[in-house]
Design a protein around this ligand. Structure first.
Ligand SMILES: [Zn+2]
Ligand SMILES: [Zn+2]
Length: 178
């Protein structure tokens, strides 16, 4: 069964009375973007505030922080990587709109929403994933995987020459098969 994380904020009172509404919570296990899952170490915590700024406009601001497991770019070991992201978005209330819709018109960017319950997962996920580095190293001196036999050179010394594969190695294998 696919476990879908829920994070939302109820804005009923804000829509009626104005002011600011706050919420906080945690995301367990992972952030998901399409088919891709970004596994968490422990829980990621989030908090948001939504403030009325006049008319049908609201200002969403928040932060999300947690530790994501990213593959070391040399040895592929899952590497805990702390992430702390902040985000801010303009929201516009359009009564009855069934889902949140992103609008971009010239310099004007906002999310239109239509109900009192606002799903925060898309905002949290986007902020978190955008803040992740492209690549990580498990540690500064990671020796990576042997290009010849695939052994983790941090753990074993397979005896193969570090660096480039020897051009004659392939030939040697070929000769031994003859
Ligand atoms: Zn590594
Ligand atoms: Zn090797």
């Amino acid at each position: 069964m696919e476990h879908r994380e829920v994070a939302s904020i109820n804005l009923a009172r804000l829509l009626k009375e104005g002011g600011t509404t706050r919420a906080a919570g945690v995301v367990r296990k992972a952030f998901q973007v399409g088919e891709e899952r970004f596994l968490l170490e422990g829980e990621a915590s989030w908090k948001v505030a939504v403030s009325a700024v006049g008319g049908d406009e609201y200002w969403l601001s928040g932060e999300v922080k947690g530790t994501v497991l990213m593959e070391c770019r040399r040895c592929l070991r899952p590497t805990p990587t702390p992430i702390h992201a902040h985000f801010q978005h303009l929201l516009r209330y359009q009564q009855g709109l069934p889902e949140v819709v992103f609008h971009e018109e010239a310099e004007d960017e906002y999310y239109a929403f239509g109900g009192p319950d606002l799903d925060l997962m898309p905002f949290l996920t986007e902020a978190f994933v955008t803040e992740m580095p492209y690549t990580v190293l498990c540690h500064e001196g990671c020796k990576g995987l042997c290009p010849v036999c695939g052994a983790d050179r941090n753990l074993v010394d397979c005896g193969h020459e570090a660096g480039l594969q020897h051009p004659l190695l392939g030939l040697k294998d070929l000769l031994s098969e003859l």
